[in-house]
Design a protein around this ligand. Sequence first.
Ligand SMILES: Nc1nc2c(c(=O)[nH]1)N[C@H]1C(S)=C(S)[C@@H](COP(=O)(O)OP(=O)(O)OC[C@H]3O[C@@H](n4cnc5c(=O)[nH]c(N)nc54)[C@H](O)[C@@H]3O)O[C@H]1N2
Ligand SMILES: Nc1nc2c(c(=O)[nH]1)N[C@H]1C(S)=C(S)[C@@H](COP(=O)(O)OP(=O)(O)OC[C@H]3O[C@@H](n4cnc5c(=O)[nH]c(N)nc54)[C@H](O)[C@@H]3O)O[C@H]1N2
Ligand code: SF4
Ligand SMILES: [Mo]
Length: 745
Amino acid sequence: MGDWKKTSCVLCAQNCGLEVMVEDNRIIKVRGDKDNPRSQGYTCRKGLNIAHYVHHGDRIHYPMKKVGEDYVRITWEEAIKEISEKILQIKEKHGPKAFAYAGGGNVGGQMEVGIGLRLLSLLGSRYYYSSLGQEFSNVFWVDGRVAGKQGLTSMPDSHNSETLVAWGWNGWMSHQTPRTRILLKEFANNPGKKLIVIDPRLSETAKLADIHLPLRPGSDTMLLKAFISIILDQGWEDKEFISNHVNGWGELGSLFVGFDAKRAVEEVCGLDYQDVVEVARLLARTKSSIHQDLGIYMNRNSTLNNYLLHILRAITGRFCVEGGQIFPAFLYPIGSDSDERNPKTWRTVKTQMFPVLGVFPPAILPEEISNDHPERIRALIVSASNPLRSWPDTLAYEKALADLELSVCIDVAYTETARHCDYILPSVSYLESYDTTCFSYSYPELYFQMRQPVLEPISPEAKEGSAIMLELIKALGFMPELPVSLYQAGEKGITFYLKSLNGYLMENPQYSRLAPLILGETLGKALGSVNQALITGLLANGSKALKAGAVAMGYPADITMVEKMFKDILGHPEGLIISKFPRDNFQMLKTPDKKLALVIEELLEPLKEATIEREKEALKMPEEFPLILHAGLHIDTVANTMIRNPHWDKEKTWEKMWVNEADAARLDLIDGEKALIKTKTSSAKVLVEISNLAAPGCVYIRHGGGLIYEGKKYGVNVNELVSSTERDELGTPLHRRIPCRVEKL
Ligand SMILES: Nc1nc2c(c(=O)[nH]1)N[C@H]1C(S)=C(S)[C@@H](COP(=O)(O)OP(=O)(O)OC[C@H]3O[C@@H](n4cnc5c(=O)[nH]c(N)nc54)[C@H](O)[C@@H]3O)O[C@H]1N2
Ligand SMILES: Nc1nc2c(c(=O)[nH]1)N[C@H]1C(S)=C(S)[C@@H](COP(=O)(O)OP(=O)(O)OC[C@H]3O[C@@H](n4cnc5c(=O)[nH]c(N)nc54)[C@H](O)[C@@H]3O)O[C@H]1N2
Ligand code: SF4
Ligand SMILES: [Mo]
């Protein structure tokens, strides 16, 4: 028998603690890890199937290069040399704007991003694209204004709420909060707690709801405005909270006066007015929190809706309070602020798009590559992301990759994207390396887990993504000659090393911006892992609040803190609490006065213009495409594109399209037959499944279909059906509202 080893699931952002039994370097059993302080033994079906993520027939075993239509094996030396030479040629000829970096990390690990972004900036470019730019841009942008920093997004403190609103979130399937199913069952069974689901369909989560508001798809703006006006009309707003913690309400409040909530609710949203009034009361008068998700994020009016959600929470006094919306603690932020009002913020050459949180939206990338602007993107490094299955408009992406002068894919698997790149470089998987993510939010205690390898590298030649990036940086000549003493310092413990590094940087201030690279290179050698070295760097650069909280827990207040904490981290592969943040959650705000800055000038006009008449008109579907395609359900047979062996999905959901009974009857569709779905972009054959989970007027295809495994394609890649131009003002795709029609075959 093998041993149980502690790790975590890497298949969604929850990173639940797992224990795996390993025999002959294979995972043979999996169970939830009760010792993990955050997930406490919780797992879902996907976590229990994690072996499929590492053991499958499409792992990449060595560097490869495309020659004609085939890939040939090359050595690491050849790969790094050829890629860096090509980069230098492109830089020389076309300048820094020719480079883009995509991905670099996903829900399982992000240590590579720190090095990848520095490579990009050493080349002189800021064109970083990631999946964050196709779901969170709108909320991150709104947070930048209201909370004072992009990406400073509040999380529902749902385990302590009395009312939980699931708004465009199907938590039963997608999780997105610790121990979700336990939480949802608690709400369903406890008469003192109310679960409200705002979703056009009777989702698995809606089936558990105390009140389900099956609103007309896309009518969320009207419902939000209605909630706010009802609360104001009833005098239910929290006046004390508003006067103590909110700036700008005086100016905003008048915009809701005279809004005909009843008419909006009944005529636009198609809901029962009394139900809506009751939910407004629960929002205002109980400990409420709201979890919004892709039904809001990837939908029309996303920026405005996120803004209205902030207004709703602020006037009901739900920010920074127990059971409300909490700004979580973190070791490192999810990204760095990029305010588009600053003239130094880059825009793209073709679409003139700006980044949010330093991230450009994937929907524009094909256009930024396939054009004839002299400064178009010509070289792309993509890592830990699978644009050809995950990002909108697969066909445009295929063309774009072919248009590049250099494309490099770093992955663990021979993915749909890898198959279109000039070079494929093998990374060790998240279960074969040290890594961590910033998504495992907690508050006020800062939970942290550094995953430790539970398997030997399955491909002996595979490396950490961060180490690969570092190799490229060295080959490009960006790394100075470092003194041997710095390499040796790493052997003498982390404290000694950090002092030596500080000394070196004091003497060589010109290299300060290279600090993480130097750390990764020198301490990384000593520790045998660049990622581990980077984590010590994150600890050393932790915020004041983090350090004060660590000292309060007994960590030393000087530079020795890092070594002590790092030892504890290594000694707790199940994760641990490393700091306690101030209980006063308002202190987490980045606005100068620690108040919520509720006025966003740019959104005042759109807010006024969102009238009942205009919304009614805007919600009409075009005659040619009368149905709404929900392009990508996140159900429990999907793990984004992380699991490659299709056979773990016994229900073969990759070929299905869900449709409700009335629509099926109208379209003369029979359960189990093939039908044709057509969008403005393309068409596909799908297997009809008639289901009461589907809302009238909508059809559903899961996310992550179209997998190519061992040369065979499985089902529909829904991103082939969407155009990259179906996006909003921040570049977010409208995947929850793709006009389509379905035809009987
Ligand atoms: N099993 C599983 N879990 C996952 C993932 C996975 O691949 N598989 N992926 C993870 C990731 S990266 C993410 S981002 C999350 C996504 O998690 P979710 O956002 O929960 O995923 P969706 O399946 O898109 O569910 C969105 C819900 O919004 C509803 N909706 C659609 N249109 C509207 C509308 O107009 N208004 C409202 N109010 N609601 C609407 C849909 O009916 C649907 O129930 O899941 C994570 N968890
Ligand atoms: N149409 C449509 N498209 C969608 C969605 C939708 O609802 N509809 N959902 C979107 C959402 S919310 C998200 S978050 C994205 C996710 O899309 P992506 O950013 O593509 O993320 P993943 O599919 O999780 O994984 C990406 C890649 O990481 C690789 N990988 C796994 N482990 C490692 C590792 O250790 N190192 C390296 N280098 N690579 C590794 C995997 O093999 C995979 O190729 O998809 C989005 N795409
Ligand atoms: S997929 Fe998410 S919820 Fe399921 S076990 Fe993994 S981390 Fe936990
Ligand atoms: Mo996501």
